[in-house]
Each structure stands twice: as C-alpha cells, then as structure tokens.
Design a protein around this ligand. Structure first.
Ligand code: NOJ
Length: 739
C-alpha cells in the first residue's frame, strides 16, 4: 500500500528545497535551504542556540500527546509509508519535521528507486581508508536527503564473531578497532548531509539463527573489550545521533530493555546524548523498556503498541516518570537539531521519493569504493595485472554474466538496494570485455552450467577468469563456509552438474593461468587454492561491479584492500567449536571463547589461517623502516617510514598491533592503529600514528573500569597481522583510566 507523505514544510513557511539543482554535484556538500528564522511560535528555530537549549525549549512547549507521538511510528505498519522503514509524524505547529527512516548501509533502500547500489559494508571496511568511508557516508546521506529521508539506519558495526553470520557482509570487521573507525567515518559522512546516522545493532547481535530470542551470554570484560568498543567509537568519535538496540537478549535480558546496556554503558559510560530506537519489533515492554533507556519504539505491525497509549498510561500512573518521558523526547529532538534536520529540512515531495539520485558522480563513488575495497589474496608469479596485448580471455561463472551479477552485487535483506532499472549493474562480462578490448584482448564467456563448455573455453584461452559467489542475507546464517552452488537459483540447482569448487578445479586443470574472483560476503573455503594462480576478493561490489573488477584486473587500479576478517582453512578451525557457543543451546549462545575472536583466536591457538586478518597484496612492494615509538601525554606515538620498492604506484596499509605483557591476560596481539599511505614508485614517506592510552588498557571487572597493566608492551608494525615488518616496545606504568 502506498500513501502520500505528509508535508514536511515547516511552520507554514513553505520552504521549498530545490533538490534537482544540485543533483549533478560531484562534491557532497549539503544543499542548504535558508534556515528557518525563529518565530514567536517556534523560538527554538534560532540556530544560534545549542542543540541542548533548543531541545529543552521545544520539549517544554509540547503537550503529553505530542511528546508521545515522537516515540513511535505514525503508521499502523511499516509498509504504509512507502519507501521507508518507519516514520515519525511531523508536528507542523511546533516546526518539528517528519522523521523519515530508511535502510541502510549500502545505499538508500526499502524499495526506493533510482538510488545508487554501493558496495557492502565489508567492502567499505576492506578499504581501511576513513576518507573513502566518510565519502561513502556523505554520498549516502546526500542521496537520502534528496529523497526526503532524514534518518539512515546505518552503519552496522557488529563484530564478525562467527563467519557464518548471514549479516556479516553488512558489518565491518572481526576487530573492534577497525569496526569502530569504519563506523565513525561513515557516520561523519552521513551526518554531514543533515541526516541522522543510526549505529546498529547494540549489542552482541552476532548471528541470524534465533536472532529474535537468543541470549548472547558474554562476560563483562569481553563485552567491553570486543563487542562494545565499536559502538563507543561510533558515539564518541562519530557522534552518531541514534543507536538501534538489537533483537537478541544480552545475558538473558532483551537488548531493548536492558538497563545495564542502554543506560549504564551507553548513556552514562559512553556519554551518549542521542536516542535509542529499537530494531523492528524488538520492543517487548513499556515500563521496563522505557526505564531501561529505550527512547523510541520501532516499528512493524505492532508500532506504538508499547510506546503509544500504554506508555501514556504508565506516565499518568507514575510507572514511568515525566522526567524520563521528557528525556526520551529531548534526546530525539536534540539529535535532530544537532544534525541539521530542523534547519535544513530534507527535500519534500514532489522532489522527495521521486528524486533521481543515482547520478554519475555517485556511480563514480560506488566504483571507487569497490576498487579500494577489493583484496588481492594471491598472485603467484605476478599473473595479475593482465597487461600485454591481444590475449584470449575465458570468463567463466554465473556471477560474471548479466543475470548473475544482478544477484551477486549485494547481499539480501533490509540493506538490499534495488537496482534502478535504467542503470543496471555493470556485469563483469561487460566491464572486462570493454576494458580488455582496449588491450586488443578478446573475451569469451561461459556461464559454467556446462563444465564441458567452461573447460573448452579455458583450454582455448591464454587466461581463465572464474567468478564464484555466495548469497548471504539477513534472517539466515550460512550453514557452512563452502562456495557450493552460488546463484544456482537462477537456473534450477538440479541443472548444476558440479559445485563452484568443482568448476574452479576443472577450469584450473584446463588452464594453468587461472584467476578466481570471489563475490562473497565473507570467508569461504578454497580447496582449489593451490591450483590457481591468483585470487581476488571483490565482496558484494555494488552496481559498478564489472568496471571496478576490470580496473583491478587490468592494473588501472593497484589493489590496496586488506582483509577485515580472517579467512580460515575450514570450519574446524573456528573459535566457536561447540553448539553451546554457536548457534547456542536452549536459547543461550555462550561466548565462552571470550576475547579470542577472529585473529585473536588463531594467534592464541597457533592455527594458521588460509589468509590472515589484515592481509592484502599489491602489484608493487613496500618496505618498512625506521620504527620509533615514544610515549606521549595521551598514550604513544608510532613513527615509521614506508617505501614503495616496486615499479607501480600503490597504497599500503601500515597496521600497528600491540602485544600486552602476559599479566594483562590479553590475546597475543591486537590492532590499535593503522594508516593507509599512497606512494609512487621509489617514494618514501614517514608516517606518524597516535596510539591512545586506552589501547594499552584492559577492562577490570573488579573496579569496572580501564586499567593499564604495568609492563612492556611490544609494538608490532606490519602489512598484515601475520606479516610483521618491524618491532619495538614501550614500558607502561600502572594506570587507571576514566571510562
Ligand atoms: C530489521 C533489521 O534488523 C534492521 O537492521 C533494519 O534497520 C530494520 N529491520 C528496518 O528495516
């Protein structure tokens, strides 16, 4: 059902925002209509006042019913407000705009058309480049704003605890520092466009199996050191306006009615001044949820069930104080003031949902992110890049063809960005054929449903490129880490004679120059790894799929992405070996592996991964020298020189890990800083990265605060977590840090 939007013109001033005029802009500066002047009716429209002052004045002028209307969706079900995930109604008499909520982290979704399909969150994270990530956020916010959307339900920063989790492709990393930095950069970008960013899903929402009910049983130290820091960074550094609490229970209490999580940690310890909204249908109570710290109930078919009339009754009979109700509303409007929603209202219809925002500039941004996030996993004998002239290339696999690429460009679920009809995904077949032609190469395509045809094409070619993919989606976990049959739903699976693993094996046997390109949302097993020359992880690359892949394969772009997640050899190596850990028993998932998540596990158990965390090759080489570490007032400073020792320009991500003294009880090493550096051939650059005192601290469960265990901390700098190039150390004294 499609209903028209309410007008978001404010105070009868008729502020029409001309969106179209700026839609071709390549720079994501916000389009700003003149700010509303304060009127006698709405004195809080005086933008010279602080968000706190303005929120206080506005809430002071609201009736009880107006306050309550801010706390839940206006529609009886989320589909009623077409193209959104939820909607809080405007209060025109008080100059309060509609809040229009939309998914999510790979572009404007929820059925909106003519929006850009960007690479998935994991691809964004794999760039290890906060500038690229912030630009993405700004592009996303820009598109949203021009469509009349002012609350984006992104980014997701849950930790990739279990590689099978069906939503890891939406998230950033198995590492809290990388996840936090990535999330904060995306938030800064989104919120630069007068749109609130919503960091999600707090907390320990690490599996889709039983996601609505499972209790993540996590000890206090692990929670603080692994599962919460990315949210802390999103709130403190990114200044996220909103946080979404998750479906699951945390230590037997639903996240959205968990006072320890929402009030003690998020609001008090992290100092979060924005609002907490529930995931859709994740509110389970009125009094308990409101008093625990939930500020807004979202949404679905039971919207307003708990925070509508039931909350009114609870306030009237004193079960929820008026002070708490005011706090809930204040937090919502405070974020709306702080992020520009009042002063720069999002485009209204007719520009609104109809706006065509998938502009060429946005496509270029999507392509850049895909290129920067692509990880070169293996490149034996330098088969890549494909230079030279007049090659015969066999391109094989469904994900490389038009229909397959339309499946493989993104993951499934609420973050899915529909293709915009007029601008379909650029398939690898299209991108590689076109780019190859510039070298005089010819490309023959075989979809791989006939192994005989694929083998024949590979035999007749100089080089074979095989595409393989998986199909991850919200709502279900992968059952294993196999590539299996990829997009075979396109063609009935029964027609598939072999799995993708078998197809790759057959092609590799037919052609010694075989390259595998993966479109997966996370790690997969690679039983054929020893048989192929090169492997490229292109993730879910968004609409510029084929162009980005061609740029990397042909060397127009030198790959510089690094793995945000460990690729294990097999499921047998995972930190979650028991069903009690994953997917859980009797409704409880025991996080008994503690701090040993991702590479922390592989390091502590001495298990060699297939590809380690932080790994990613380049077409050039880099050397590390001159490592110097010194103490500073705020922690430490790490200086080193990186030199491009090869013949091509390229970028390296210098990764700084700390190894704590044994008494600290930490895993062998942990990422605490990184810096991406672009260098021309022969160029050297000195890089200085700060390492915060917190990087040296451990969460103390007696004092419930951060303590630096005294002793010698090794500082390990390298090109991946298993490729340490330089080492130094720093002795730290015992110290208690403010949380
Ligand atoms: C449920 C998902 O978990 C969440 O990420 C999303 O934002 C909401 N649905 C709204 O679509």
């Amino acid at each position: 059902m499609q209903t028209r939007r309410l007008s978001s013109r404010l105070c009868g001033l008729g502020v029409a925002v001309s969106a179209i005029a700026v839609l071709t802009g390549a720079v994501w500066t916000a389009a700003v209509p003149a700010a509303h002047a304060a009127t006698a009716q709405c004195p809080w429209m005086d933008a010279t006042q602080s968000p706190d002052q303005r929120a206080g004045e506005l809430v002071g002028a609201m009736t009880l019913d107006q306050k309550l209307s801010m706390l839940h969706s206006a529609e009886p079900d989320m589909l009623a407000y077409y193209g959104t995930a939820g909607h809080v109604a405007a209060i025109p008499g008080l100059c309060v705009p509609d809040l229009v909520l939309n998914d999510a982290g790979a572009g404007v979704g929820d059925g909106q058309v003519n929006a850009t399909a960007f690479p998935a969150g994991i691809a964004q994270a794999a760039s290890w480049d906060p500038n690229v990530q912030q630009q993405f956020g700004a592009g996303l916010g820009w598109e949203a704003w021009h469509k009349g959307i002012n609350v984006m339900l992104a980014p997701g920063v849950n930790i990739d605890r279990v590689p099978m989790n069906g939503r890891n492709f939406e998230y950033a990393s198995e590492d809290p520092y990388l996840a936090g930095q990535t999330g904060a950069a995306v938030i800064r970008g989104i919120q630069s466009q007068n749109v609130i960013a919503t960091v999600k899903h707090l907390a320990a929402n690490n599996q889709e199996t039983n996601r609505m009910t499972v209790s993540a049983d996590v000890d206090e130290r692990t929670l603080h050191e692994i599962y919460l820091p990315a949210f802390e960074t999103a709130v403190k550094q990114g200044k996220a306006g909103a946080v979404m609490c998750s479906y699951n229970q945390l230590n037997s209490v639903y996240a959205c009615e968990n006072p320890a999580l929402l009030t003690d940690v998020l609001k008090k310890e992290f100092g979060f001044s924005g609002f907490v909204m529930s995931d859709w249908g994740a509110t389970h109570s009125t009094v308990a949820a409101a008093n625990a710290g939930l500020d807004m109930e979202m949404a679905g078919s039971n919207n307003g069930q708990y925070f509508g009339d039931a909350l009114k009754t609870a306030v009237i009979n004193g079960q929820v104080s008026m002070a708490r109700l005011n706090d809930m509303v204040t937090r919502i409007v405070r974020s709306a003031f702080a992020d520009g929603l009042f002063d720069h209202p999002a485009a209204a219809e007719p520009d609104g949902f109809a706006a065509v925002v998938n502009t060429p500039a946005e496509a270029t941004l999507a392509r850049t992110i895909a290129e920067q996030g692509t990880v070169l996993l293996k490149n034996k004998d330098g088969l890549l890049p494909l230079d030279g002239q007049g090659k015969k290339i066999a391109l094989i696999g469904q994900a490389a063809g038009a229909a397959g690429a339309e499946q493989a460009y993104g993951g499934g679920g609420s973050s899915h960005v529909p293709l915009a009809g007029a601008v379909p995904v650029v398939s690898p077949q299209q991108g590689i054929t076109q780019r190859g032609a510039a070298n005089g190469d010819t490309v023959v395509y075989a979809d791989g449903t006939s192994v005989a045809d694929a083998v024949a094409a590979a035999k007749a070619a100089d080089v074979a490129i095989v595409y393989a993919n998986d199909s991850e989606a919200e709502g279900t976990d992968r059952t294993n880490l196999g590539l299996n049959y990829g997009t075979c739903s396109l063609v009935a699976c029964a027609q598939f004679p072999v799995s993708q693993d078998q197809l790759i094996g057959a092609v590799a046997e037919a052609n010694p120059n075989t390259i595998v390109v993966l479109n997966t949302g996370g790690p997969v097993r690679m039983p054929w790894l020893g048989q192929v020359e090169s492997v490229v992880e292109a993730w879910y690359p968004g609409q510029e799929d084929g162009n980005a892949a061609a740029a990397v394969l042909f060397g127009d772009v030198n790959p510089s992405g690094k793995l945000p997640e460990t690729f294990p050899v097999s499921e047998n190596d995972l930190p979650t070996q028991t069903t009690a850990q994953y997917p859980g028993v009797n409704g409880h998932a025991s996080y008994s592996e503690g701090l040993r998540v991702g590479y922390r596990w592989y390091d502590s158990q001495n298990i060699a991964p297939l590809f380690p965390f932080g790994h990613g090759l380049s077409y050039t080489t880099f050397s590390y020298s001159g490592l110097r570490v010194s103490r500073t007032a705020s922690g430490a400073s790490v200086t080193l020189t990186i030199t491009n020792t090869g013949t091509r320009a390229g970028a390296e991500v210098a990764q700084v890990y700390l190894a704590a003294p044994a008494a600290a009880g930490e895993p062998p090493k942990q990422l605490k800083a990184y810096q991406k550096v672009f260098l021309n051939p022969g160029q050297a650059r000195s890089v200085t990265v700060p390492v915060d005192s917190r990087a040296f601290a451990q969460w103390d469960t007696t004092k419930h605060t951060w303590l630096i265990t005294p002793g010698t901390y090794q500082v390990l700098v390298g090109s991946s977590s298993r490729d340490i190039r330089a080492q130094s150390s720093l002795t730290m004294a015992a110290k208690t840090l403010a949380p």
